[in-house]
Design a protein. Structure first.
Length: 290
């Protein structure tokens, strides 16, 4: 063999070995890892999630790969959103949850990425995760995005039936001297122009009020939700179903119509619109904080 080619081959092997050590830490394989790896490799989403969580506790980047595989696994279920939300959390902080005390936590193994965090949180929220809605409200608030923070706080509020204030904004944007805050005025303007996301926002303001200068009016909320729903907006479809099923004052109960809107939302992988979930969602609340 050519000596130069031999030396280059050795160098390449050394680099590959180094890369392997960097991406897959050399540790004894235990029975738990073998169990979940076997399940994950045959396509079991539960195995993928368990394996990802195991690697995350080890502060091992392989967690990212298995969370991504779980996020894309079929058939679709709420478990996919668990993976999406976990990826949002990891990329938001640049750190993995280790289960240790803060002082014992190893340094981050990756750099935080707000872009990736926002993408994964948004995916989980648009697939029906209430936790992701709350995380997005906090995430957007910390980045100074007031309108986005309010949007996700409103959506979590409608689902949970009580104000979460996770965006930190409702009190801050209350009407001053009888005038609506510019943020609320902007929502009204964009909704009137046909922006489906703003129509859902305005519907939520009418449904919940939240002290932002718009009086609670469930019938008006239903009108705006339907406008968004007819454009294919998944939250417009889901919230239309909730209002028709919950039937607050001014909205006649129509469970058959509600089921139709839930079916449209479920077709967009919105897991809360599955029948076992929406039937619980339209039941009278045990209590509210209104």
């Amino acid at each position: 063999m050519n000596p130069l080619r031999f030396r280059l081959s050795l160098s390449a092997l050394a680099l590959l070995a180094l890369a392997a050590c960097t991406t897959a830490p050399n540790r004894p394989t235990n029975d738990t890892e073998v169990k979940w790896l076997t399940a994950a490799e045959r396509g079991d989403i539960e195995g993928m999630l368990e394996l990802a969580e195991l690697y995350e506790r080890w502060n091992d980047r392989r967690a990212l790969d298995w969370y991504e595989r779980a996020a894309a696994a079929t058939p679709w279920s709420f478990r996919n959103t668990i993976a999406e939300e976990a990826l949002g959390r990891i990329w938001a902080s640049g750190a993995m949850y280790t289960g240790r005390r803060p002082e014992d936590t190893p340094p981050p193994v990756l750099r935080a990425s707000p872009r990736k965090a926002g993408r994964w949180y948004l995916a989980a929220a648009n697939h029906g995760s209430p936790g992701a809605m709350l995380s997005l409200a906090k995430f957007e608030r910390e980045r100074g995005h007031a309108a986005a923070a309010l949007r996700w706080d409103l959506r979590a509020t409608v689902y949970q039936r009580y104000s979460t204030s996770s965006s930190g904004l409702p009190a801050a944007i209350a009407p001053q001297a009888g005038a609506l805050h510019p943020l609320v005025v902007d929502i009204q303007r964009r909704a009137a122009r046909g922006d489906a996301q703003a129509q859902v926002d305005l519907g939520a303001l009418y449904e919940r009020g939240m002290g932002l200068g718009i009086e609670r009016d469930p019938a008006m909320a239903l009108q705006w939700y339907r406008k968004a729903a007819l454009q294919g907006n998944v939250f417009g479809q889901y919230f239309t179903g909730l209002l028709l099923g919950r039937a607050p004052p001014g909205v006649p109960r129509d469970e058959a119509a509600a089921a139709g809107w839930f079916a449209k939302a479920e077709a967009q992988k919105f897991f809360l619109a599955g029948e076992s979930y929406w039937r619980k969602g339209i039941q009278p609340a045990f209590w509210t904080f209104d």
